[in-house]
Write a protein that binds this ligand. Structure first.
Ligand code: ZN
Length: 316
């Protein structure tokens, strides 16, 4: 197979009020771009179903799930979320979460699978925040563990903002390790405790960033021995991002993605990717940044898998 399975749903981009600062159009722009580049077509496109309320309740308070699905949020809850919860937005949140669940299942089957949405890491158990309605990675992790599909999960969150909701929801779950590498001077003001937090100084560029990751990842995989990695490949560490404060280039982001996917592959660990944050008024540039992950994933999938992996040689 030359390309990884890609999860995509037309509901990933739904209308928002004119001038809203969340770049909702990026999901449709990303899908169009990777189609145009031959990375996505009907043969590797997988369309998710909506995450059901009882599945969402694995990571969320039932009252929050019900409020979103009914479109009845208290004004303070809607302010924290930063999005108006309309029926299309609720359907979108369910589709995106269903998408991350599907990507995880496909990753277990194929070694690698990519959702074209997901990474809503600021959503907490009791409510959403920072444009994040449901915490798709927390829901998917807890679901696959509950189903007995995996024993241990690693959440590797490289979005420029701390994965605070994910850390809080999954705290005290010994089978899930949460790792967040983020800019220390950035949203959220009040950080949570992930299993491991790496807080970078503003202005950190490609070289120190990649050196840090290269030093971190192999030991992290050895120590945690996950059956599945969720990789949040947010592109907001880019130097031109409106909400990030790091200084990565396009090339740096692509090298980051390659480093993560290759290291996991060398360890024989399946990876489900979610796109995470990215905030640029230039939607074409933003879609191009998110597409880097899909280019790297396709490139890796074209190459034969190493025979030295943990899974290929269980007795070694
Ligand atoms: Zn972010």
């Amino acid at each position: 197979m030359g390309r990884p399975p890609i999860v995509q749903h037309p509901l990933y981009s739904v209308p928002l009020p004119a001038g809203h600062r969340f770049p909702m159009g990026k999901f449709a722009a990303l899908a169009a771009l990777i189609e145009a580049r031959g990375l996505l077509d009907r043969r590797n496109r997988h369309v998710p179903g909506p995450a059901e309320p009882e599945v969402l309740a694995l990571a969320h308070a039932p009252a929050w799930v019900e409020a979103v699905l009914a479109g009845q949020l208290a004004p303070a809850a809607e302010r924290r979320l930063g999005l108006p919860v309309t029926p299309p937005l609720a359907a979108r949140a369910r589709a995106a979460t269903g998408g991350t669940i599907l990507a995880a299942r496909l990753a277990l089957e194929h070694g690698l699978a990519c959702n074209t949405a997901g990474g809503s890491h600021h959503a907490f158990r009791e409510g959403g925040a920072g444009f994040c309605v449901f915490n798709d990675v927390a829901v998917a992790s807890l679901l696959l563990i509950a189903e007995g599909r995996v024993g241990r999960v690693l959440v590797l969150d490289l979005d420029v903002h701390q994965g605070d909701g994910t850390a809080a929801i999954l705290a005290g779950e010994p089978r899930i390790t949460t790792v967040s590498v983020h800019c220390r001077c950035n949203y959220p003001a009040r950080k949570q405790a992930s299993s491991l937090d790496v807080a970078l100084d503003p202005g950190t560029g490609d070289r120190p960033y990649l050196e840090l990751l290269a030093g971190l990842l192999p030991g992290l995989l050895r120590r945690t021995a996950p059956d599945l990695v969720f990789y949040n490949a947010g592109v907001d560490p880019h130097r031109a991002d409106r909400l990030g404060r790091l200084a990565l280039t396009d090339r740096g982001l692509a090298e980051r993605d390659r480093l993560v996917l290759e290291t996991c592959r060398a360890a024989g660990v399946p990876v489900a990717t979610v796109i995470g944050g990215g905030y640029d008024e230039d939607l074409a540039a933003l879609a191009g940044r998110h597409a880097l992950l899909f280019e790297v994933a396709a490139d890796l999938t074209r190459r034969p898998r190493s025979t030295g992996s943990r899974r290929s040689c269980p007795g070694s």
